[in-house]
Ligand binder design. Structure first.
Ligand SMILES: [Zn+2]
Length: 147
């Protein structure tokens, strides 16, 4: 199919649609294919950028929980038990969840590490990203607790 301009002489007697200039089917198919190729290049990059953003948000959540756990420690002299590990006890508005997790899926696991019946350490882990924050009695020992 040739793409050409019809002059008045040729169009005479032809149906009205032939008088209008437009794209041929081939041109449209080529454009759609080009858009498809460009999209297939861009989409995987967008997806990985999205995952990176979620991983960063997950780390930020864990830092927030860590800070809340330190406040709890200074108030109670030990880290919370597994059952006391709640948003309310940690004075958080809501329990942070990993942005990569599905709804109502528990994403963070908190495991206290007792020393002499006191929770002097803990492990906080994201079950999806496998990020881990570990606090042990050895690497953090405030002088105020010595009394
Ligand atoms: Zn996570």
């Amino acid at each position: 199919m040739k793409n050409r301009v019809y002059n008045k002489e040729e169009v005479k007697g032809a149906p009205a649609y032939m008088d209008q200039h437009g794209f041929t089917l081939i041109e449209l198919v080529v454009v759609v294919l080009i858009i498809g190729v460009l999209a297939s290049i861009a989409v995987p990059h967008l997806a990985s950028a999205w995952d990176d953003a979620k991983a960063s948000a997950c780390k930020a959540n864990m830092k927030q929980i860590e800070a809340a756990l330190e406040l709890y420690y200074f108030e109670h002299g030990e880290y919370p038990t597994e059952t006391n590990f709640t948003a309310e006890n940690l004075k958080l508005k809501s329990a942070p969840t990993c942005p990569q997790s599905k709804q109502n899926e528990s994403s963070y696991t908190y495991t206290p590490a007792p020393t002499n019946n006191k929770n002097m350490g803990y492990t906080l882990k994201c079950n999806i990203h496998h990020f881990t924050i570990t606090e042990t009695a050895e690497n953090f020992n405030p002088s105020s607790s010595a009394q």
